[in-house]
Design a protein around this ligand. Structure first.
Ligand code: ARG
Length: 454
């Protein structure tokens, strides 16, 4: 059954129908579509726009369809144009001609965007929970590794020793910002477009406050033209998702490196690794790699959707139907990535000895020596120069800084004390005790702050 046959003399071309129909993917909105229609049908009855009795029959029929959907036995015509026509067709089978009254004072333009807001609101809450779970896994690992040292890098060159908890909590704070962006988007999203009609509102005495309340929205949208044309809430979720998955992808890159035997910093649980079909020794960090790979499509959905929107005149245009597959895939991809990351992080084993051994390699305590000279009155620039020459000397002679005797040290700066001992990597990390620094005492406070967010 078509919702718009009246002025047409011919059937839609078969290929054109295949091209135009959205039912195969917007069936995912069935639950939300029914919820919106039930609220609308109730409102029509309360306002006397249709009879109380008619309203009750519509609601009953819609509730029955909802039961069919929930029990996994939907009775929709698979050739339907979209979920909206599928529901109306099924409703007619159940309640008869009165089904035709449901669409009074409503358009699919306000209907579809109501459905999508309802759907994304739920999915957004699930996404938020998945972020929280991953943050908890990071905090759990951080708690175990407040005194585990590893090299911190800049330019992927050894920089200064840090503790692993500090490194892991960096990702906690990225996710904290993601969570905040999602919450902001969810709040802005929570307005009801229902009752905006095709785009100009309606002359029927509808009650938009009532339907908004029934659907748990904070208020009705204030402008009917904006309401049916707006997909900012979709873009906001996609933008949040793109950045969030970029964060996962950066962690994925580190885990992938750290899992390589050349680093050997982390051993991933078998449940989150895979093997090679030819090389028996292989254990690959697939979850991390694939997340890094899937980041491409999540970014793509954001830019793709912005491109769909950029030239659209007000108000509804069929182009907008393209929002759904991109959004569904964005939500599915991100939620699944967050879930597998949670498991991968929670079950990972960090190799303290490997990290500790690497922490001191590559002159990572050179800054400590320069700082020390600066404390002894040498201008920092000059101290930097002195230690730089020490490093060059060590490199040429295949030595570490701590191998230099006091005699050698004094060739670079005459006032080196007789017994000069360099910081160990852990002492080095512990010395950086400024607020937000890597010293275990600061990191313990940071952990407290992180736990308070959860
Ligand atoms: N299937 C459409 C979408 O997904 C909803 C119908 C919009 N209205 C229309 N007259 N085609 O956006």
């Amino acid at each position: 059954m078509k919702l718009w046959g009246g002025r047409f003399e011919k059937e839609t071309d078969e290929r054109a129908a295949e091209f135009l129909h959205s039912f195969r993917f917007d069936i995912r909105l069935a639950e939300q579509d029914l919820r919106g229609s039930i609220a609308h049908a109730r409102m029509l009855g309360r306002q006397g726009i249709i009879g109380e009795e008619e309203s009750a029959r519509l609601v009953e029929g819609l509730e029955r369809i909802r039961e069919e959907v929930r029990s996994g036995d939907p009775r929709f015509d698979p050739t339907s144009e979209d979920i909206h026509s599928a529901v109306e067709t099924r409703l007619r089978e159940i309640v008869g001609e009165v089904a035709g009254k449901l669409h009074t004072a409503r358009s699919r333009n306000d209907q579809v965007v109501t459905d999508l807001r309802l759907w994304l609101r739920e999915q957004g809450e699930e996404t938020a929970r998945a972020i929280r779970a991953l943050q908890s896994a990071l905090v759990g690992q951080a708690e175990r590794h407040v005194e585990t040292v590893l090299p911190g890098f800049t330019h992927l060159q050894p920089a200064q020793p840090v503790v692993l908890a500090h490194h892991l909590l960096a990702y906690f704070w990225m996710l904290e910002r993601d969570h905040g962006r999602l919450r902001d988007a969810l709040e802005r999203m929570n307005l009801s477009p229902l009752g905006s009609g095709a785009m100009a509102g309606t002359g029927f005495p509808i009650d938009r406050e009532f339907t908004a309340q029934e659907l748990g929205f904070a208020a009705p949208t204030p402008n009917s033209m904006d309401a049916v044309a707006d997909r900012d809430f979709v873009v906001e979720y996609m933008a949040f998702a793109a950045l969030c998955v970029v964060h996962l992808s950066r962690l994925a890159q580190e885990i992938t490196m750290w899992a390589a035997p050349q680093f050997g910093f982390v051993t991933l649980d078998d449940a989150y690794s895979t093997g090679s079909s030819i090389m028996p020794q292989k254990k690959n960090p697939d979850v991390a790699e694939l997340t890094r790979g899937k980041t491409g499509r999540v970014i793509g959905h954001l830019t793709g959707t912005l491109a769909v929107l950029k030239g659209l005149p007000l108000t509804y245009n069929s182009d907008l139907q393209e929002d759904k597959e991109a959004l569904f895939d964005t939500v599915d991809t991100l939620k699944l990535a967050l879930h597998v990351f949670e498991g991968m992080v929670r079950t990972a084993t960090f190799n303290r000895e490997r990290m500790a051994a690497a922490a001191g390699r590559g002159f990572t305590t050179a800054t400590d020596v320069a700082d020390d000279l600066a404390r002894r009155g040498v201008p920092f620039r000059q101290a930097h120069e002195i230690v730089g020459r020490m490093v060059a000397h060590c490199e040429q002679n295949n030595k570490a800084l701590e191998d230099l005797t006091s005699g050698e040290l004094r060739e670079f700066w005459p006032d080196f004390p007789e017994e000069y001992r360099l910081n160990t990597p852990l002492e080095s990390a512990a010395s950086r005790n400024s607020y937000g620094g890597t010293a275990p005492e600061r990191v313990r406070e940071q952990l407290e702050a992180a736990r308070r967010k959860l």
